[in-house]
Design a protein around this ligand. Structure first.
Ligand SMILES: [Zn+2]
Ligand SMILES: [Zn+2]
Length: 449
């Protein structure tokens, strides 16, 4: 009897395993038959990038494709603080019975970078930026890979409707690079006009992993980012007569050095944090002590409490150093924390991320799915989780030829990074992995129980 039970158990296990293997094979076969047209889509998107807040043609193309696949599509979702900016968000919904609602997001925008890859499908697009300067435009962050992956997954999920139950909400998000697109969509009542998700997922390509691989980090994966302006005000005068002035140039130098002690002396070494002064501008000539010097800072942290502490320290140090230099109370530095150039941290719900990590390892091979370290870079996907109220997971997909990764680690010469004019993901295997990652993750969350 025990032997019979044992045999039955082995039989059921092997049935389940072979069903899983068959499902994988059929998914691979489906991707095989779509991949050529997906690569063409990618190259077309790559050759026609649009800057943040201007994704008019990109969003229209994305919406048209999703409509053709049977999704209910709404366009022009998103309200920006600047009323002249149109929100080009796309929301595509497919309702398929009872079950959870799963949001899958791709970003749409490109960067003001002149492409230097010399690929046959390289962008030659030029446009005027908001400041009126002519700039090249390039998908140097791979958002074209993300769009193509989501379109590929959207097609498979529509074809595999009998295998899942619930609601799919596919998002084309504008203005990720300027980190205001997700908030613009929420401000336009994203979660009341459309189904509020139970889970949210997204991916980003990376040159640091070989194409075919997926990397993920449970818990914090990307930092919050906060831009801060400091206006350091002194009392200007002649360069030969410092005793009659309060020199804001020297004060700026002291403040910048003092700011370095925030991370090194005030912050716990167990809480990652960055305070970078990225810009300093002041003065006009050799012999004039100016009235003011302006600094621009970026602040990175994972935890909100750490972010708040960094901001408070920056204010205290800027003002305290000015007081020590004898600057009168009415001329103390003005510290302005940006309300728009700010984004929350990207937090991967550990239970959800580990669950999907296991499913992806089965689908892509254990050796192709790896845990990676968090980064202090930022993105605005975290807003879509409403401050971690909605469990979300953000995956990185490899975009480099494995041989190039090997060569780079042997020579120590880094590969072109995201935002580089030379960034060139290898299309087919990267898209294949992107499509499979999003499809497998969505199917697992929506599988019939
Ligand atoms: Zn980017
Ligand atoms: Zn990006």
């Amino acid at each position: 009897m025990r032997n019979l039970n044992c045999l039955l158990f082995i039989f059921i296990i092997s049935l389940t395993l072979s069903a899983k293997i068959n499902a994988q094979q059929s998914l691979d076969a489906m991707i095989d038959s779509d991949i050529a047209s997906l690569v063409t889509t990618y190259k077309n998107l790559h050759a026609a990038p649009e800057l943040s807040h201007r994704e008019e043609k990109t969003s229209a193309f994305f919406a048209t494709q999703l409509k053709a696949l049977g999704y209910t599509v709404n366009e022009r979702i998103g309200k920006f603080e600047r009323p002249e900016w149109q929100g080009y968000g796309v929301v595509a919904v497919m309702r398929n019975g009872t079950g959870p609602t799963v949001l899958v997001r791709s970003d749409l925008d490109a960067l003001p970078v002149e492409e230097k890859t010399e690929l046959p499908y390289a962008s030659k697009v030029r446009t005027k930026n908001d400041a009126g300067q002519e700039v090249g435009v390039m998908h140097a962050c791979g958002h074209d890979i993300h769009m193509t992956s989501l379109l590929g997954a959207a097609k498979l999920l529509a074809q595999l409707k009998d295998q899942w139950s619930g609601t799919l909400v596919l998002i084309g998000q504008p203005a990720e690079e300027t980190i205001d697109g997700a908030r613009a969509m929420l401000r336009d009542d994203l979660y009341t006009r459309f189904p509020r998700p139970d889970f949210a997922i997204a991916l980003h390509d990376t040159p640091d992993l070989a194409a075919g691989m997926v990397g993920y980090t449970p818990a914090y994966t990307m930092a919050s980012s906060t831009n801060i302006d400091i206006k350091i005000r002194g009392l200007g005068g002649h360069g030969s007569k410092p005793e009659a002035t309060k020199d804001p140039v020297v004060l700026a130098a002291q403040i910048i050095v003092a700011l370095q002690t925030i991370v090194s002396r005030e912050n716990s070494p167990l809480d990652p944090a960055v305070v970078t002064v990225g810009s300093i501008h002041g003065g006009t000539r050799y012999n004039i002590i100016p009235d003011e010097v302006n600094l621009q800072l970026t602040v990175r942290a994972f935890k909100e409490a750490v972010r708040q502490k960094l901001i408070a320290s920056i204010e205290r140090i800027a003002k305290g150093t000015a007081i020590a230099a004898g600057v009168p109370a009415e001329r103390l530095p003005i510290v302005k924390v940006s309300e728009t150039e700010v984004t929350t941290a990207t937090y991967n719900d550990p239970t959800l991320t580990e669950r999907l990590g296991k499913v992806l390892a089965l689908a892509l091979g254990q050796q192709n799915v790896v845990k990676i370290s968090p980064v202090m870079g930022s993105e605005d996907f975290g807003y879509l989780s409403l401050n971690q109220q909605i469990p979300s997971a953000y995956f990185f997909i490899g975009a480099s030829e494995p041989a190039k990764i090997k060569q780079s680690s042997e020579t120590g010469v880094p590969l072109p990074s995201l935002h580089s004019s030379l960034f060139a993901p290898v299309p087919e295997p990267t898209i294949r992995t992107g499509v499979k990652t999003l499809t497998v993750a969505a199917l697992d969350l929506l599988k019939k129980r």
